[in-house]
Design a protein around this ligand. Structure first.
Ligand SMILES: Cc1ncc(COP(=O)(O)O)c(C=O)c1O
Length: 373
């Protein structure tokens, strides 16, 4: 499909994927692991040999994401963590990586363990110190997450890209490619947990990497490693992802509207001390987010309720529409008490992480009002 098409068109048409064999307006699901050769031993389809490397369903999903991201090449992985690991595995012993602290705990935990095992010099820097760290430290890779989970810190991708000679990798999961196209702001590699908003139905685990420099050494290593080491997304998951992404722009628009309204409402409530949401003018990252996020500020926020751990847990327990479960970006609203999951990371015990879905905003606000009451 033509690159100039708008995201809603690219997504609704799944970048032009149909099934020419049956005439179906949606692509067929092809689960075969291996592909036929003819009597002369020539491949029936020269680009299809074996499904660790070759899958039409994977290519279809990747093409939608590539166009949405404005990328040269996009690769899918079986989870967000597998996508992050694919980039870090390109580092050599003795290299230096600068990684933002206070990001998704699973990422921090894996990177710390990996860097220790591989003798990679890991420098962790808080969002506020990251720019200065990039300016003063020589590194091979910089990894940031914006907006960050669960603090909703917003980093200026362009400023960080300009401050370092290192490759810049941006986890933009909480923004989705609909709100932020990190490559446009100078990122070398953009990553998403596609498990979250991109799939949006809490039924597929996937991760994605995109680049605008497909010939760069780091990207060639990532592509070769995926093929050889086999961290590949299955065709059914890829097919589901393509299906889900048809409504991605619509879902993101509605979630962002709902989240904005809920954030503003909660900030005005007596039982709430603070709300971290990049769409609130009081948020320290509001100016950067306004430049970097187009069409809304996403579905993720954190609410600091008045009181202590038991008060936060009481609110969480009383919510009826916000399901108590980890994850974010699905059509159904979720809440999570992160302190229960990661008490050692300094996360406040009265912080409630909220992922706002596409339900009726009046119902969502009423649910919070009764829970806070
Ligand atoms: C910001 C962020 N990055 C990466 C991940 C990891 O993604 P996955 O669960 O798909 O492996 C998560 C998961 O919660 C996340 O929130």
């Amino acid at each position: 499909m033509d690159k100039s098409r708008k995201p809603a068109t690219i997504a609704a048409h799944a970048a032009g994927a149909t099934d020419l064999q049956s005439g179906g307006v949606v692509p067929a699901l092809q689960p075969s692991t291996t592909y036929l050769r003819d009597e002369d031993y020539a491949l029936v389809r020269p680009d299809n040999i074996y499904s660790r490397a070759d899958s039409d369903n994977l290519r279809q999903a990747e093409e939608v994401l590539r166009l949405l991201e404005g990328a040269e090449e996009t690769l899918l992985f079986p989870s967000g963590m597998a996508a992050i690991a694919a980039v870090f595995r390109t580092l050599s012993n003795g290299d230096t990586a600068i990684v933002q602290s206070g990001i998704y705990w699973g990422t921090t935990a894996w990177i710390r363990d990996f860097c220790a095992r591989r003798e990679i010099n890991l420098i962790e820097a808080d969002a506020d110190a990251l720019l200065a760290t990039c300016e003063t430290q020589h590194a091979s890779l910089v990894f940031i997450e914006t907006p960050s989970n669960p603090w909703l810190k917003t980093l200026d991708i362009r400023a960080i890209a300009d401050s370092t000679a290192a490759k810049l990798m941006v986890d933009a999961t909480a923004a989705t490619p609909i709100l932020t196209r990190g490559l446009d702001f100078g990122a070398d590699i953009v990553m998403h947990s596609a498990t979250k908003g991109i799939n949006g139905h809490s039924d597929v685990l996937a991760g994605v990497l995109s680049t605008c420099a497909r010939d760069a050494r780091i990207w060639e290593m990532i592509r070769a490693d995926r093929k050889m080491a086999g961290a590949i997304l299955g065709p059914f998951e890829a097919w589901l992802l393509t299906r889900a992404m048809r409504t991605l722009p619509l879902r993101v628009e509605r979630m962002s509207q709902n989240a904005q309204a809920l954030a503003e409402h909660l900030l005005a409530q007596d039982g709430v001390d603070d709300v971290f949401y990049p769409g609130l003018p009081s948020h320290p990252g509001f100016d950067v987010a306004s430049r970097q996020m187009q069409g809304g500020f996403g579905s993720l926020m954190s609410v600091i309720v008045k009181g202590r751990k038991q008060d936060a847990l009481r609110v969480v327990g009383k919510l009826q529409l916000f399901l108590r479960a980890t994850s974010l970006g699905g059509v159904e609203s979720l809440v999570e008490h992160r302190h229960t999951i990661e008490p050692h990371t300094g996360i406040p015990e009265n912080l409630i992480r909220v992922s706002v879905g596409i339900e009726d905003i009046g119902d969502l606000i009423a649910d919070w009002d009764q829970a806070l009451g």
